[in-house]
Structures are given as C-alpha cells and as structure tokens.
Design a protein around this ligand. Structure first.
Ligand code: PEP
Ligand code: MN
Length: 354
C-alpha cells in the first residue's frame, strides 16, 4: 500500500528534524505572542497552539476556539513562523483554513472516530494544506492508517503522522507509553510518509522530553512536535509537560542526529525493543509492588504477619518450573523472585511507618 504524498510544504527541505513547537493551548493573545516571539528567537519556524481542546473530563479548559484564529494570524505576521492547530470537526477545519493556518493536525481522540475523520476529509477535500494525523489512543495501526487513507482519498497529498503514545492505566513511566513497534511498523508500511514524534504527550513530564526526542531521532523519525510555553507552570492545560523556549533550545542543542541509513540501524531497532521490554518489566514490577502494599495493609488490618513462608515456597516452586519451560534457568528465576520478594516484604514493612 502507498499513499500518494507530497512534501509537507512546497519548500520543505529534507532537514531533520522538522520541528513544531508551541503551547498545548492558546490561552490569551499575550501568552501566544510572547511564546511565539521567544520560539522564533530560538529558530523555530513552525508554531503550534491548540484552539479547540478535546479534554478527557468536562469542566477543564476547552480552548479559546475560533477567537484564537486572529492571534495565530498575528503570530504569523509578526514572527514569520508558519502556524499549526488541531481540528476535530469539519467546522474547525473550515475556520482554520479560512483564517490562513498553515498546517492542521487531527488529535488522538478524533483519529479514533472514522465519522469525524471523514467529515474533516470532506471539508478539506482537494486542499493543499498539510495535515498530520496523530495515532489513536489505542494501539490500533489500522485505525491510524485508515484515517490517513480517508484524507488521501479526499485528494489531500501533504500528509504526515504524529506518534504521541498510547493510553495506559499506569502512568508511572510515561503518560502514554510509546510502544515504538507501532510507529516503526507504520513507517515500514508507508515509508514515504513523514513521521513526527510528540515527546510531550508520550512523556507527560518535562524531564522526560529530551530522552524521548533522542529516541525518536535514533529510530529515524523525521520530526518532533514539542509543547513549549512562556510560563509552563501557569499553563491552562498540560502544565507538567511543557518546557520554556530556552529549555527547548537546550534540549535541541544536545540532540545527536545520526544518519538514518547507517548500517547499525538494525541494531538500534533491536536495542529499542530491549528498552521496550525493560519499560514493560518496570511497569509490571511497580504494579506488583502496589498490590504488595495493598496486601500489607490487609494483613495489618487483620493482624496477620507480613511474611508467610508457605505461600512464598509455593510461588517459588511454581514459577521456577514455569521459567524452565520457557527456556530460563531455575537459578536465574530463583534469584529474580528472591529479589522481588525481598522488595515486597520491605515495602510491606514500611507500611508500619504510615
Ligand atoms: C495536543 O497536542 O495538545 C493534544 C491534545 O494531543 P493528543 O491528541 O495527542 O492528546
Ligand atoms: Mn497538550
């Protein structure tokens, strides 16, 4: 399969990474202009700001809507940057296009809704605007590709994808775990399609952004879309994951851009799979410790001892046999289980300090 694609902009070079930066949301004209001027100073050429914000729960800031369109036009006039915003309905798409927004993206919640994507595709049929499609919240590659196909069938040629991670119950390591194998498979199936990474929504915390940017570059992503705000701690949405324009400069200055046709690509991809396994291991371990603490509370409430030797012996025997069937040595599994058990007991003992 292939989607007929043109570069995102007629004058797009092949320079990696293609950078998009700007606040999660446009809040006020002052916030938008201050952030935009600072980003332009740092050399950013493409500015993002959400006007219509699809929020998980009602009552949160849902964006300034069409009122922010003239602000974006002003950003463009004053800084020369191109502008980008998220559209979730046909009406948003028409309004943004008429107001001269240069690039539109479809958010994760919208990608998952084929009716909404079709309406947007129909509203933008045949237009020359670049449209980026974020992955849906669930790790469903066909749904992601399906949204791109709807736009392609409407004659949209300047297409790209944004990887923003996938929703998960456990947010301890990432807000939206990256599951890199999905964007890698998207790239395998659609090698011409520009692929950007959104480290802000994957990481959910500003201190995770730099490493995620580097991982995306090592995996051959074409670009990055990063949330940046002039006063991140006062942001009206996604406060924890926005960086200042200066912090963004610092992150970008330390990025190592390796050639993507390097012979060690295969090894990088394999190492990434190892990292992904380790991420999963850590998440599972953290979840296990949480259950151990709950057990600890239960035992305490029922005046039971923390250590119950028989249960541990049973667990050890059962899991060691299982490990051997899966090709691991009994000694290795015993060492792993012992370490996990010691930490569980330690966590249960700590409860007495609560
Ligand atoms: C955003 O980019 O601010 C946004 C809402 O992202 P997502 O659709 O990835 O949640
Ligand atoms: Mn956001």
């Amino acid at each position: 399969m292939n989607l007929p694609t043109l570069p995102l902009f007629p004058d797009s070079g092949s320079q990696r990474p293609l950078l998009i930066a700007g606040p999660c949301s446009a809040e006020t004209e002052e916030q938008l202009l201050t952030t935009a001027h600072a980003l332009a100073q740092e050399g950013i050429r493409l500015f993002r700001a959400g006007l219509w914000k699809p929020r998980t729960k009602p009552g949160c800031f849902e964006g300034v809507g069409a009122a922010g369109l003239p602000w974006l036009a002003r950003v463009k006039r004053e800084t020369g940057m191109r502008t980008a915003t998220e559209v979730a309905t046909a009406e948003h798409a028409r309004a943004a296009r008429e107001a001269g927004v240069d690039l539109l993206w479809i958010g994760a919640r919208t990608t998952a809704n084929p009716f909404a994507v079709q309406e947007i595709a129909d509203a933008l049929a045949g237009c020359d605007l670049p449209i980026l499609v974020k992955n849906p919240l669930s790790p469903d590659l066909d749904l992601w590709i399906g949204a791109l196909e709807r736009l392609s069938q409407a004659g949209i040629r300047r297409l790209g994808a944004i990887h923003r991670g996938f929703s998960a119950l456990d947010h301890s390591l990432y807000r939206n775990p990256p599951q890199w194998s999905l964007p890698i498979e998207l790239h395998r199936r659609l090698p011409q399609l520009p692929l950007l990474c959104d480290p802000s929504h994957i990481g959910g915390r500003r201190d995770r952004i730099a490493a995620l940017c580097q991982q995306a570059m090592d995996l051959g992503f074409d670009g990055l879309i990063v949330e940046a705000h002039c006063r991140p701690d006062e942001a009206w949405s996604d406060r924890e994951q926005q960086v200042t324009p200066e912090e963004l400069r610092h992150i970008l200055s330390r990025l190592v851009i390796r050639r993507t046709d390097d012979a060690s690509d295969g090894l990088t991809a394999l190492r990434r799979r190892i990292d992904e396994c380790d991420d999963e291991l850590l998440e599972v371990l953290a979840r296990r410790m949480q259950v151990a603490r709950e057990i600890g509370r239960y035992k305490r409430a029922h005046t039971m001892p923390v250590l119950q030797a028989r249960r541990y012996e049973e667990l050890l025997a059962r899991r060691t046999a299982q490990a051997e069937r899966a090709g691991m040595s009994a000694a290795f599994m015993q060492a792993v289980l012992q370490a996990i058990h010691e930490e569980s007991v330690r966590q249960q003992m700590e409860l007495s300090d609560e």
